[in-house]
Design a protein around this ligand. Structure first.
Ligand SMILES: Cc1ncc(COP(=O)(O)O)c(C=O)c1O
Length: 385
């Protein structure tokens, strides 16, 4: 059967004229690198998160934000950093590139977030930090993780790639630990194409990360080339090239201005899916408990059909022109980590089960009602065939 529908691309962002005009303005002004728009974007993000402006730094990805946070934490060779077995490989790789050894802890099978009891079991004298991931937009159990870290003087770096809007009565995601790292990758709740942001509890860490994000230099290009003349810089450490540029910030400024509006749209879709799909042999993602706000980043389903496999479902949805994601294969399934750290899927059974059976359906604010209904109807028809 021919499908005349356009393919629904997973995670296609909601882009409006304001972003397009702002990017054109940057191109017309001919200041493309890190500059005034990046500074404005950092200030707006600090305001959104309710943190002081000098604690926030825009980066070129969440991966670089994680790496900088680990470096600023003083984590390095001989240290272990505990993270979730259910995350994107960027989380583990950032730990590896800091020189430390990643250690995975299993997740809660319902929230898919790192289990504080598994974290406690993994702590030993080499542990230097905990890196919880607010999976899909659900807040980790910070009320248990923070005291655990504080009692052992461990740093906490929150991976908030999915959790820009996540909060509870205790605080906002990214402000519980020493560092909070955000992603503005193309499919995320707000995008700059590629991009990230890091919040540090201590502004001295932000100052250090700002220099490390630009080769370890004392002055960025905006501050060297402005109209009051060239200024010299010094290299005080061997840094990286992790800065955000103004073209990215141009997009981010307007994405951030609409973050709540887009969150409301995704919550609406989330609630629609929950009702429409509740009778299917699929485990629905857990909603936030009372008093907490879920960022509604991913609508992750777990296949519980006795015959139809997850990959068959992915294929059937592709035939219906619906793009899906898999978030994520458990980290212990990847050959690199198995060969380097000896990780085995059996050591993290919940994350392994999720990774082998999960698939995510589109949840972008850009989806039309017709597309959302079509996605739900397609799943219902698939299971009634
Ligand atoms: C949980 C998690 N952490 C980190 C990252 C890395 O983000 P970025 O692509 O901005 O480097 C991602 C990106 O998908 C992610 O999902």
């Amino acid at each position: 059967m021919q499908n005349s529908r356009e393919f629904i691309v997973f995670g296609a962002p909601a882009i409006e004229q304001a972003e397009i005009d702002e990017v054109v303005d940057s191109l017309t002004q001919r200041w493309l690198g890190t500059g005034p728009k990046t500074a404005r974007f950092e200030a707006d993000f600090a305001d959104y998160k309710g943190v002081p402006p000098d604690t926030v730094l825009a980066t070129n990805s969440c991966t670089s934000a994680l790496h900088l946070s680990l470096l600023a934490s003083g984590v390095g060779a001989g240290d272990e950093v505990i993270t979730s077995a259910m995350t994107f490989c960027a989380t583990a790789n950032a730990i590896i590139h800091s020189g430390a050894t990643p250690v995975i802890a299993d997740v809660d099978p319902i929230t898919m977030n790192i289990d504080p009891a598994a974290v406690a079991d993994a702590i030993n004298e080499r542990t230097a930090a905990i890196l919880p991931v607010h999976f899909g937009g659900a807040l980790c159990d910070m009320a248990r993780i923070m005291p655990l870290a504080q009692s052992r003087r461990l740093k906490v770096i929150e991976d908030c790639a999915h959790a820009i809007e996540t909060r509870s009565s205790l605080g906002k995601a990214g402000t519980f630990g020493d560092f909070g790292c955000f992603s503005f990758y193309a499919t995320k709740n707000m995008t700059t194409g590629e991009g990230g942001m890091v919040i540090a509890a201590n502004p001295e860490h932000t100052h250090y990360m700002k220099s490390m994000a630009l080769h370890g230099m004392t002055r960025d290009a905006w501050h060297r080339y402005q109209d009051d003349g060239y200024k010299h810089y010094q290299v005080t450490q061997a840094g990286f090239k992790y800065n955000m540029m103004d073209i990215q910030a141009a997009i981010g400024l307007h994405q951030l201005a609409r973050i709540e509006q887009n969150w409301h749209r995704r919550s609406e879709i989330w609630n629609y899916y929950r009702q429409a799909l509740c009778d299917l042999p699929l485990r629905l993602p857990a909603s936030a408990p009372a008093g907490e706000r879920h960022a509604c980043h991913l609508f992750t389903l777990i296949n519980e059909h006795p015959v139809l496999g997850r990959d068959q479902i992915l294929e059937a949805l592709k035939q219906r022109h619906i793009g899906c994601g898999v978030h994520y294969p458990c980290l212990a399934e990847h050959p690199y980590y198995q060969q380097t750290y000896g990780w085995r899927p059996e050591q993290v059974p919940h994350a392994t089960h999720i990774g082998r059976n999960t698939f995510s359906i589109p949840l972008s604010a850009a989806l039309t009602d017709d597309e959302v209904e079509y996605i739900a109807r397609s799943l219902i028809e698939l299971f009634s065939d």
